[in-house]
Design a binder for this molecule. Structure first.
Ligand code: ACM
Ligand code: ZN
Length: 787
């Protein structure tokens, strides 16, 4: 039987009539609305009972601080015993031990607040209360009268932060922990070591932070840019600071799990102590992103001595049951040619280098187990055999997690889609993010227990976590932008009962979430209000349809086309004489109201945006259409594009959108990995053709190559149903030089024809010495223009 405690907050009486739905995230298990509001007046009186509970609890103090900071409440009173004794017994029916740990009941009635629950439950009750306090029209602090019963669904509710790629000071780490606490997360996964920086002081190995804590420069822009700044970038946490963070988190009932990466992602450590690598260096702390071949030597005993000594200090600092040891993305190149690693394989009868990785992880697991700790590793630790007591963090999709659960191992789900919060949440992203599209509705819809598992196996899913990798996040505002509002959606996935999840009701609460974030000056993405657009073919292949859509159906969409702009006599050029493409918002009142997809028949530039009353809520969509003889026409592909870059299928190549150099959107391209683009366009009738232009992309740093050759066949129309074999088909071939810095290929030919068959031959294998050497090249095509 659990211990019970009760707290009574007594307030002066006054009733305000109002709302009948709460705006709490994550949604509580059970809510019964009462009538009206209770009013909070100074001094706020806390009445505490049954505090024999031995666990520390800062719930009251943090709540008091919250009211002080946000509402200026200064006077609080504490009394030891309540005047009225509350029930001291709670019956938990249908609640598991894990759920019981976070259970609370909250009753707000007659200007009293009664909280019953465990010490942890009481903490969560205060977090719920914080979201319930509002100011009414009379400027009073009020809380809606209601009864709440609440407890968490999953025992592991995590958020991760990578401080290796970019370093964040403890002031921000505390803020991040506050965000976790506000949404009832209980685990902070702190990714402390990386190729680009070692961030935790280890007394026995001072060079880890002196050398490994600094890199000479940092990549600018996206991976593959090959551009660097010239700024030395350093940062690490002292052991004192780490202790401060661990305590700060514990005060908020959050466990900090440190991650010390091995055997890969470790060049910062190798740069500090080159004897840890197979080749003995020299190594440098990495200045770009990606996966590196230099990893800890698995054959040298001194690697294990080093790691055990490091882990000894880590365990002193972090009382967590789990220590995360990484295990992901470890290339085996060095091990294949290292005599010590090969000896280790032979001496231990290991099958190959994958088995050596498994040996490595199991060795470390044994050590940590002997100290009473358990390991968590990324799903690669399944390869070559899972360490006996390991918890698997499934990040390359869900397959690793499913496999581990079937092997009766505990699992934390964190699949890249949709749990990587470094991926974009908007199709109109204007800042650099890691690929991938993980919008809030996908996060909200995520179900951590895969349907491939039966009920028994499903119990091994401890919960889920979202990851915040920081290659492209160098400042605190950006982290907040990537975190919010997705963390609120995830909190509901992890806390609220599965059957309570309701996207419509979450949408109702989202504006309130945004309002609260605004009040606290927290940055967030408003991608939820994005206006998304899609170009569609017409039924008769004449012209194009431009479809506009907002997730929020309450908004009005307005747009302008070139005709309207001309009628309005708007300035066409700015003071510098440059053509104005994007009009300022002041013209928006004049826009046409969008109802159905817009038919486009000629060159045009559409501007569109969505509004709530007169307030612009979304981004402005600007879509330029350039027409040619192929635009909107029927097109077929012999081989479809890769699933990674599918565009809108073959139609993408004739949709009137041409990417301009340096402003390319990958969604506008078809990507062919190692395969050719082989397309046939039907112009509808015989036409005079003079030139074909293939719009492509060259970005060798990202494995994207020009085709090696383009072949065009011009096929005349013969009768209404067939392409005649007797007709002279003209074939024109152009060989392409890879050195050319071009993004379009022109084939000039005068011809009267109906069908055009175009084949762009993939470059093939990427040559050695180039990024991605040995892999198949990508061929990217965004438009086929026929003049
Ligand atoms: C990972 O994203 N490499 C775990
Ligand atoms: Zn080695």
């Amino acid at each position: 039987m659990m211990k019970i405690l009760a707290i009574v907050l007594l307030f002066n009486c006054s009733i305000v009539v109002g709302q009948n739905k709460l705006n709490i995230v994550p949604a509580p298990v059970e809510v019964k609305m009462g009538k009206g509001f209770s009013v909070l007046k100074e001094p706020i009186s806390f009445m505490l009972t049954n505090l024999e509970d031995s666990e520390p609890n800062d719930g009251e103090a943090l709540f008091e601080q919250y009211l002080k900071t946000n509402y200026g409440i200064k006077r609080f009173q504490y009394r030891g015993k309540p005047d009225i004794n509350l029930a001291t017994q709670i019956t938990f029916t249908g609640v598991s031990t894990e759920e019981e740990k976070g259970y609370y009941e909250l009753e707000i009635k007659n200007n009293n607040i009664n909280i019953r629950g465990t010490a942890l439950g009481k903490f969560y009750a205060f977090e719920t209360l914080k979201q319930m306090v509002t100011v009414n029209a009379k400027n009073q602090l009020v809380i809606p009268n209601c009864i709440i019963k609440d407890y968490p669904r999953f025992p592991y509710r995590g958020m991760h932060l990578d401080v290796g790629r970019h370093f964040f000071p403890i002031s921000f780490v505390k803020k991040y922990i506050d965000y976790l606490a506000a949404y009832k997360f209980n685990t902070f996964h702190w990714h402390l070591t990386e190729d680009q920086g070692w961030r935790i002081e280890i007394k026995k190995y001072p060079l880890l932070t002196q050398v490994g804590g600094c890199r000479d420069r940092t990549l600018i822009g996206r991976y593959g840019s090959n551009k660097y700044d010239s700024i030395k970038y350093c940062g690490y946490y002292t052991q004192q600071q780490i202790k401060e963070i661990v305590q700060y988190a514990a005060d908020r009932y959050i466990t900090v799990i440190p991650e010390i990466e091995m055997p890969g992602h470790s060049t910062a450590a190798l740069a500090s102590y080159p004897y840890l690598g197979c080749t003995k260096g020299p190594y440098k702390v990495m200045d770009t992103w990606g996966v590196l071949d230099d990893v800890y030597c698995a054959g040298n005993d001194s690697t294990f001595t080093f790691l055990q000594n490091v882990l000894d200090e880590v365990m002193q600092l972090f009382p967590s049951k789990y220590i995360h040891i990484g295990g992901d993305e470890c290339p085996k190149e060095r091990w294949k040619t290292c005599p010590l690693c090969q000896k280790r394989i032979k001496d231990n009868n290991l099958k190959d280098e994958h088995a050596l990785q498994s040996y490595f992880i199991q060795h470390i697991e044994k050590y940590l187990n002997s100290k009473g700790r358990k390991i968590i590793g990324w799903d690669e630790i399944l390869e070559g055999g899972l360490a006996p007591n390991a918890v698997v963090m499934s990040w390359r999709g869900e397959a690793g997690g499913i496999e581990a659960a079937k092997q009766k191992h505990n699992v934390i789900m964190t699949p890249g889609n949709p749990m990587y919060f470094d991926h974009t949440q908007s199709k109109n992203e204007d800042s650099v993010t890691f690929g991938g599209y993980n919008p809030i509705e996908n996060v909200y819809a995520y179900e951590p227990v895969p349907k491939e598992l039966n009920a028994e196996q499903g119990k091994y899913i401890l919960g889920a976590q979202a990851n915040m990798w920081t290659e492209y996040q160098s400042n605190e505002r950006k982290i907040e932008y990537q975190l919010f509002p997705r963390i609120t959606a995830l909190s509901e996935v992890l806390w609220s009962p599965k059957e309570k999840r309701d996207w419509k009701d979450f949408e109702r609460r989202l504006p309130v979430i945004f309002e609260r974030l605004d009040k606290r000056h927290t940055n967030y993405s408003s991608a939820y209000y994005d206006l998304n657009s899609k170009i569609l073919p017409t039924e008769n292949y004449e012209g194009l349809l431009f479809k506009l859509e907002s997730k929020n159906k309450m908004l009005t969409i307005k747009y302008m086309d070139d005709d309207l702009k001309a009628q309005m006599n708007l300035p066409q050029k700015n003071e510098k004489g440059e053509k104005i493409e994007v009009l300022s918002d002041i013209y928006w009142g004049e826009g046409k109201i969008y109802k159905t997809p817009i038919l486009i028949k000629n060159n045009n530039t559409i501007l569109a945006s969505s509004y709530k009353n007169k307030e612009q809520m979304s981004n402005t969509v600007v879509q330029k259409f350039l027409f040619n003889k192929a635009t909107g026409k029927k097109i077929t592909l012999t081989t479809q594009a890769s699933k990674s870059y599918p565009g809108d299928g073959a139609f993408t190549l004739v949709n009137g959108v041409q990417n301009e150099k340096g402003m390319s959107k990958s969604s506008e391209f078809l990507g062919f990995n190692g395969t050719d683009m082989d397309a046939t366009i039907d112009l509808g009738k015989d036409m005079q053709v003079s030139k074909i232009t293939l719009h492509t992309l060259k970005q060798n740093g990202s494995w994207i190559y020009l085709p090696s050759r383009v072949e065009v066949s011009y096929i005349p129309y013969y009768d209404s149903t067939t392409i005649s074999n007797d007709q002279p088909i003209e074939l024109v071939t152009v060989d392409i030089k890879q050195e050319d810095d071009i993004n379009k290929i022109e084939i000039i030919k005068e011809k009267f024809c109906r069908y055009i068959h175009i084949r762009a031959v993939n470059y093939g294998l990427i040559p050695s010495g180039k990024p991605g050497a040995g892999n198949q090249a990508w061929l990217f095509v965004d438009e086929i223009e026929v003049q």
